[in-house]
Design a protein around this ligand. Structure first.
Ligand code: SAM
Length: 234
């Protein structure tokens, strides 16, 4: 077993290590909300060629997108929580569902128009429009990770899952799911095996926590209900 480092930052518990090793140690999670490698060989060259500007950020060489999580790893992740939302679900072997989450990137180039998250939620398909088109990115967020998700999209996902008081992201990257969870008054558990991204995630989540502490009245926990998935799926 390789070394696993655990860091607790307020309501967030972050692990530097391979999720295959960390996941068996975890319990008490309500929702798995994650963005695993899709296995489409996204790499530094492809990202650079899309950025098309001299100011494009250099993420160094990365090769973690060569393969998607195995069926065993997906099963292990899913065994840790009742509710699941997996970006890139269209690349993985998952059961039929009524509720795909559709992030429409308002794309005008030749990139994918949408990204899909598979869920096991008893809801109908849901869609968000949030422009993310090469270098044109709504919200003007700083970029820390080559396949970073928009904060607004991750907040939208968490908001659709009101039962998720504790959110797990075993492929945390730069910690966007964690920042969203903390800003929404939820607890967060994150795992990342790349030390650079792990440190970035720690910094971003620390900053989110500081902001929440400053505005505690706005950051009260969302009401806990038995299970808010009571709507129909049609
Ligand atoms: C698609 S990225 C996540 C990006 C993230 N959503 C963000 O906004 O920054 C997937 C991340 O999973 C990490 N990863 C890949 N395999 C892993 C494993 N077995 N255990 C933990 N992390 C892993 C990669 O290093 C990469 O940062």
């Amino acid at each position: 077993m390789s070394t696993v480092i655990k860091r607790v930052i307020g309501d967030a518990t972050l692990y530097l290590g391979d999720c295959l090793e960390v996941l068996p140690m975890l319990s008490g999670v309500d929702a798995l909300i994650t963005d695993p490698p899709y296995g489409i060989n996204e790499n530094s060259k492809k990202v650079a060629s899309r950025s098309n500007t001299a100011k494009a950020k250099d993420y160094g060489v990365f090769d973690w997108d060569k393969s998607a999580p195995t069926a065993e790893l997906i099963e292990l992740m899913r065994s840790k929580a009742k509710w699941h939302a997996l970006f890139g679900g269209n690349y993985f072997d998952l059961p039929a569902t009524s509720c795909w989450l559709v992030w429409d990137k308002l794309n005008t180039g030749d990139f994918a128009d949408c990204e899909l998250a598979w869920t096991n939620w008893p809801k109908a398909v849901r869609r968000i429009q949030w422009r993310w088109n090469g270098m044109i990115r709504q919200g003007n967020e700083e970029r820390f990770h080559p396949t970073q998700k928009p904060l607004a999209v991750m907040k939208w996902v968490i908001d659709l899952c009101p039962s998720a008081q504790t959110v797990l992201d075993p492929f945390m990257g730069s910690g966007t799911t964690g920042v969203a969870a903390i800003q929404m008054g939820r607890k967060f558990i994150g795992i990342e095996r790349d030390e650079r991204y792990f440190e970035t995630a720690c910094k971003r989540i620390e900053e989110a926590m500081r902001q929440v502490d400053m505005f505690t009245c706005q950051a009260q926990e969302s009401p806990v209900t038995n299970d808010l998935f009571s709507e129909g799926v049609a």
